[in-house]
Design a protein around this ligand. Structure first.
Ligand code: NIG
Ligand code: FE
Length: 401
């Protein structure tokens, strides 16, 4: 039985002109799949949902979050506002390690309770797929715990969750001064177990002067690929480590942040087909002086995704619409590029472009109906929720809270 969504203005987000606009068409949904997109006159039978001229877009995809964690770091933000740098706070044992202590202390159920308000905020805005990283556990048991929480959230909350292992987020205190030994633990124990339990689609790293070196990251990427997992990286966020080019050589799905990326890194991404994930929230909260090379990435044909980077330290906000807005105002994306960045290209960054990210026949029926006059409004207007309907896997689905 096909259900027809009629009288909608379709922002398909296919790369065929602004917003992939298709007017005068109806969208047929059979089961969990978009089974037809045809001129209105061709709709002959089946159940009909009349959206009365509203806009329909693909479901939003937040392809980079750290939304499972304990505690908060508002006190560090207060310190940063008085001039103490993020790197200095990290060197003093705060930063990521602060969240590691708070996350290790919580049970799986307590972590779910902590994460739910953040996840619900994203869902209320129209997120239908969210990537969730580990990285505040840094032991085998605690990384598994975080990834199990991510999976459970996907099972209970009407949102698709893509789990990412980020054991290489920081060197844990018990390995202080012995980063290579911790990388041994990651490659010999954590990656094989996560792959065995199928708890993650990809393995991420923090490739940075205050975290892991390029050779250490390359060890991790090689072993991840060997275990059938995809790879990604937090690259060139605070300094240029040339991690992006190495990641591209390993076939990375995405390189994320990229403020200090150089031309060689851009060329490597273009050649490998690696997606650039822009995280303007972290740039904004850190008052980062350097913008990522957006114009050069665009000119090289590198797909641009946009995500929240939702985390307690550098990007403590749960709004994909704000992330799209910041990408326009701070990084110079057009609203069309920003919306593509949180749909089509975000799906690509998660290796799901075959099934998610656009309104096309054969893709999953994850889509949104909006009370807006034009899709630019979704990116432009903040604080007012114009989401009218949210459909995941062909079923209407709203945030519980
Ligand atoms: O994406 N760059 C490293 N990781 C996070 C920050 C995590 C934290 O500070 O807790 C990021 O910015
Ligand atoms: Fe991040």
């Amino acid at each position: 039985m096909t259900r027809w969504w009629i009288n909608g203005r379709l922002a398909t987000m296919t790369p065929t002109g602004a917003y992939g606009l298709l007017e005068g068409h109806a969208m047929g949904v059979t089961g969990d799949t978009i089974s037809a997109i045809v001129p209105m006159s061709e709709v002959v039978h089946g159940e009909v949902v009349d959206v009365q001229g509203r806009w329909i877009t693909p479901g939003l995809v937040d392809c980079h979050t750290h939304l499972v964690y304990g505690g908060n770091r508002a006190n560090e933000w207060e310190m940063r506002l008085t001039g103490v740098p993020y790197t200095e706070i990290a060197r003093r044992g705060g930063g990521i390690l602060n969240s590691v202590r708070a996350t290790r202390a919580l049970s799986e159920d307590e972590l779910i309770e902590a994460a739910l308000p953040r996840l619900h905020a994203l869902i209320r805005e129209g997120v239908t797929t969210v990537e969730i990283k580990s990285g505040y556990g840094l032991t085998l048991a605690d990384e598994l715990k975080m990834l199990r929480v991510a999976r459970r959230l996907g099972e209970s909350e009407g949102v698709r969750v893509s789990g990412t292992l980020l054991a290489a987020h920081a060197v844990p205190p018990e390995y202080a001064g012995r980063a290579d030994d911790y990388v041994d633990l990651i490659v010999h124990s954590i990656i094989p177990e996560v792959a065995h339990q199928k708890l993650a689609d990809a393995v991420d790293v923090f490739c940075e002067s205050i975290a892991f070196s390029v050779p250490q990251c390359e060890r991790i990427w090689s072993v991840a690929r060997h275990h059938g997992l995809a790879v990604k990286g937090h690259c060139e966020q605070l300094t240029n480590q040339h991690g992006t080019a190495a990641l591209a050589r390993h076939g990375g799905w995405s390189a994320d942040h990229l403020e200090y990326l150089d031309d060689a890194g851009i060329a490597a991404m273009a050649e490998a087909g690696t997606t650039a994930v822009l995280l303007p929230g972290a740039y904004y909260f850190l008052r980062e002086p350097q913008r990522p090379p957006v114009e050069a990435l665009r000119a090289a044909g590198v797909p641009l995704a946009v995500a929240t980077d939702l985390n307690p330290g550098t990007s403590p906000f749960a709004s994909i619409r704000m992330a799209m807005n910041l990408a326009c105002v701070l990084f110079g994306l057009s609203p069309d590029e920003a919306l593509a960045g949180a749909t089509r290209n975000a799906a690509r960054a998660l290796g799901r472009a075959d099934r998610l990210g656009t309104l096309e026949v054969g893709k999953q029926a994850d889509f949104l109906v909006w009370d807006v006059q034009h899709p630019a409004e979704i990116v432009c207007s903040l604080g007012v929720n114009q989401l009218s309907r949210r459909v995941v896997r062909g079923e209407e689905c709203h945030a519980r809270i």
